[in-house]
Design a protein around this ligand. Structure first.
Ligand code: FAD
Length: 375
């Protein structure tokens, strides 16, 4: 289901656009089971920007089908929205990390759909969106586990783990994101949207009453509009790609700039996820013979010195995604007299300031954001 070469990914995307996109809005909520043809399965690639949002939409959407693609475009913006929202509420992620409590996980529960989704997630690194919602709801309300332990379980096993989409997705199901409005999984709904594959009638807790206190809205830090980067005077330019953005260099290619590039590869605790991450990086290295791979800070420093880098560009690090935005590393760059810039793509720069409240408000800006992205 998840190819690890860009060429195969693009072929799949073209196929999806030709055969599935027109019925996406009608069918996207159905979980027909693997191989999930009715949805794009792009999340592991968008999360790492192995392919960027603009690239996806330029392939999938053309002026003729912009109307039929509206729902798909809106879904693409959900990730942007969650990421932007977490930027203006950074303590929410801290709170999750601090309350994550390593609860032991449910083994066989006897709830067929739940056990099956758990296996699917472990075996493939993916779950359909609707099943993530049902799974999270059963986890919290029927089985009585904490939402944080569920978020940890997803974090460990998803190919597309994204601190914002995951934490806020679990909070939303738990009734914390839209306060006291939990997402409650219903057996009828599961039966209908799995096309009768499952019917947990009588097995789920379908009535939930919550009484959380309203959140203090003064804790919002509106996202400050970042200055656009000056592309002038970038001599001895180096770019480090990492799981936050594996295609940032394309922006510099488009400007016909020369640069040195290395890809920073990190380990993941789960074999399946680790192999997927390593293989997409391998594809980048195969397509760019002059790129190097680095696996720790010392190797990066050696690379910077060997290549005589004077200006360094790194992917912008949103909340939960810190890799290089740490004191020791930045001090080292200062010592080496290297200017550095955490590069925020225009896609995020334009959208994040609108993501401080609900998605409904944010959504109104999508046509304008699409125009700005020149799609
Ligand atoms: C509890 C829970 C946890 C989740 N955790 C993650 C996570 O860690 N990482 C992650 O990428 N997504 C997460 N999601 C969102 C969503 O389930 C996946 O992005 C989606 O299932 C990806 O499948 P797809 O690419 O086939 O989606 P498609 O329906 O084809 O959508 C296209 C793209 O739109 C974006 N998208 C669609 N729905 C959402 C959504 N609800 N939130 C954010 N982006 C969306 C994704 O980038 C996706 O690739 C979570 C949802 C829930 C309910």
């Amino acid at each position: 289901m998840f190819p690890t070469t860009k060429s195969q990914l693009i072929e799949n995307l073209i196929n999806f656009s030709e055969k599935e996109l027109a019925s996406y809005s009608k069918k996207r909520n159905f979980d027909f089971g693997p191989p999930h043809k009715n949805v794009s399965k792009l999340s592991p690639y968008l999360r790492t920007r192995f392919i960027s949002e603009e690239e996806v939409l330029k392939i999938a959407v053309n002026k003729k089908n912009i109307k039929t693609s509206e729902k798909f475009i809106e879904e693409i913006f959900w990730r942007t929205y969650w990421r932007g929202w977490l930027e203006s509420h950074p303590w929410i992620y801290e709170e999750y990390l601090n309350t994550s409590n390593n609860q032991p996980l449910p083994r066989k529960t006897g709830i067929k759909c739940f056990d099956s989704w758990k296996e699917e997630l472990i075996d493939t690194g993916y779950l359909h969106n609707h099943s993530r919602m049902w799974f999270a709801s059963i986890w919290i309300f029927t089985l009585g586990y904490s939402w944080q332990s569920g978020a940890d379980f997803f974090k460990k096993n998803l190919l597309d783990f994204c601190p914002a989409s995951n934490t806020l997705g679990w909070r939303w199901v738990a009734g914390l994101q839209t306060i006291n409005k939990p997402y409650v999984a219903k057996s009828d709904n599961i039966s209908y949207f799995t096309n009768g594959r499952f019917n947990p009638n009588g097995q789920l807790i379908e009535k939930v009453n919550l009484n959380y206190a309203e959140q203090n809205s003064s804790n919002v830090f509106p996202f400050m509009r970042h200055n656009k980067i000056e592309f002038k005077n970038f001599n001895n330019l180096g770019i480090i790609l990492n799981k936050n953005d594996l295609s940032l260099n394309h922006i510099f290619d488009n400007k016909k700039m020369t640069y040195e590039c290395c890809v920073y590869s990190t380990e993941h605790e789960t074999k399946l996820v680790n192999e997927f991450n390593k293989n997409i990086i391998l594809d980048i290295l195969n397509n760019n013979k002059n790129f190097e791979i680095t696996e720790n800070y010392n190797q990066i420093i050696d690379w910077l010195v060997n290549k005589k880098i004077k200006n360094l560009v790194l992917p912008y690090e949103t909340v939960g995604n810190n890799i290089f935005n740490v004191k020791n590393f930045k001090n080292k760059l200062k010592q080496l007299n290297i200017n550095y810039n955490f590069f925020l793509r225009d896609w995020d720069r334009n959208a994040f300031p609108y993501a401080t409240k609900g998605f409904f408000k944010f959504k109104k800006n999508i046509p304008n954001l699409i125009n700005l992205a020149d799609i």
